[in-house]
Write a protein that binds this ligand. Structure first.
Ligand code: HEC
Ligand code: HEC
Length: 167
């Protein structure tokens, strides 16, 4: 369904010049791969290399304020804060998905996009309807601690790829 998002995104860009359109349902990881990855590589690896102080990005660039910098950089205006929050979350997350899961599941964004949907606010496995936490328990050696970690990680990433319409 990537083409659907592409169309939605294309439309959002076309309209954003005339109105502060909210980019409803835009997949942030798709946006990153489309608009940022060519220069910055994988988003989480990039985010972890940046300097953060008390959860705020400290820019190498002299403009200082990271949101102001980003608004004049490459993200569409409406996506500046969501992209910033994604980088913040990624910087705070150790690369455990890459170490334990990526060999079979590519990236967390790919797994979340293809295999996780929301039933109300609860993430479930698309194929089976099983709640995500339950599906993770015991999967490929995931213990109780890892279950909590990966459930939180995949829930966050699933929200970044399947974003509910803004109200
Ligand atoms: C054409 C290449 C290019 C693209 C595309 C690009 N960037 Fe950048 N980005 C740069 C360069 C070069 C810098 C360093 C700029 C500077 O400090 O003046 C930078 C700096 C940054 C920084 C600050 C890094 C630091 O060390 O403080 C962030 C955050 C950032 N980019 C995010 C993004 C995001 C988000 C996107 C996509 C929406 C994006 N960039 C797209 C080239 C690019
Ligand atoms: C050796 C390969 C392998 C590894 C490593 C692996 N998985 Fe899986 N995973 C699978 C397969 C195959 C499925 C399909 C269902 C099944 O067989 O359990 C799956 C299913 C899933 C699902 C449910 C999606 C669905 O459609 O069934 C989730 C969520 C998931 N894995 C998360 C993880 C996480 C998180 C990790 C890392 C801690 C991980 N997996 C590591 C192979 C793997």
């Amino acid at each position: 369904m990537a083409w659907v998002r592409r169309l939605v995104f294309g439309a959002a860009l076309a309209v954003s010049a005339v109105s502060p359109l909210r980019a409803e349902g835009l997949d942030l990881h798709w946006l990153w791969d489309d608009r940022c990855a060519q220069c910055h590589g994988h988003s989480a690896e990039f985010a972890r290399r940046l300097s953060w102080r008390d959860g705020d990005l400290v820019l190498a660039h002299p403009v200082g304020d990271p949101l102001r910098f980003l608004r004049h950089h490459y993200p569409p205006e409406a996506e500046t804060e969501p992209i910033y929050r994604m980088l913040q979350a990624e910087a705070a997350t150790p690369p455990r998905f890459r170490e334990a899961c990526a060999g079979c599941h590519d990236s967390a964004a790919v797994l979340a996009r293809e295999s996780i949907v929301f039933r109300g606010s609860r993430p479930v496995v698309r194929r089976t309807g099983q709640p995500l936490g339950e599906a993770l328990a015991g999967h490929r050696g995931i213990d109780a601690e890892a279950q909590v970690f990966f459930e939180a990680l995949l829930t966050r990433v699933a929200r970044e790829v399947h974003r509910p319409p803004a109200d």
